[in-house]
Design a protein around this ligand. Structure first.
Ligand SMILES: [Fe+2]
Ligand SMILES: [Fe+2]
Length: 207
């Protein structure tokens, strides 16, 4: 068990910084459309792996980051395979990828022009943000699903994504002034809360 567990159970907000907890209706919706949740989850893992590969390609000169992200690609792809196996075990199919409204909304917040450093920072904070929210969602699933096996299944994902969230923040701090990272992260948290507020909870989506 991760040492983060007790802290997470006591106060997700404190550890992840999220300003808005998931709408409690979401878990009930997810409960009745597990095949779709697993499909959406599988694609979240696939996107996490592919985005880490893109970051490695784009910032190949940042040696420390490349070294840190290379195993994350493997881990995220391993997650994809775990979800795929779970679908198969249940006689379900990996459906088509859906429009990811949550991530699309977050992408709007990424700095487009301006300094290279600012764009790089937003790339890392975007990843940290998605990891943090995914971690919170996995926690909800690990506590709220009726299926005991899936509760355990999601607990392991929760632990893993908590580690990724911290990794992306600390990578940002490796290359960029801590104060800058902190203040931009605060802006991300506020923006993400607005995004969450604007989205209807859907049982066929991870976010
Ligand atoms: Fe993952
Ligand atoms: Fe992750």
């Amino acid at each position: 068990m991760s040492e983060l567990d007790p802290v997470l159970s006591n106060d997700t907000k404190a550890i992840l910084g999220l300003q808005l907890p998931t709408d409690p209706r979401w878990i009930n919706l997810a409960q009745i459309s597990l095949e779709e949740v697993l499909t959406d989850h599988a694609y979240c893992e696939q996107k996490a792996a592919t985005t880490c590969i893109s970051i490695i390609q784009r910032y190949s000169e940042k040696e420390e980051m490349v070294t840190a992200l290379a195993p994350i690609v493997t881990e995220e792809w391993g997650h994809f395979r775990l979800v795929l196996a779970e679908l198969k075990k249940r006689g379900w199919k990996l459906g088509k990828q859906r429009r990811d409204e949550y991530v699309n909304a977050l992408l709007q917040f990424c700095q487009k022009g301006g300094s290279e450093e600012g764009r790089f920072l937003d790339q890392l904070l975007l990843m940290a943000m998605i990891e943090a929210r995914s971690c919170e969602r996995f926690k909800r699933l690990s506590e709220g699903l009726n299926d005991a096996y899936l509760r355990k299944f999601y607990r392991r994902f929760m632990e893993s994504e908590a580690g990724h969230y911290t990794l992306f923040i600390s990578l940002a701090e490796t290359y960029i002034n801590k104060e800058k990272v902190r203040s931009r992260w605060e802006e991300w948290l506020a923006y993400e809360a607005e995004v969450m507020k604007s989205l209807e909870p859907r049982g066929d989506r991870m976010h």
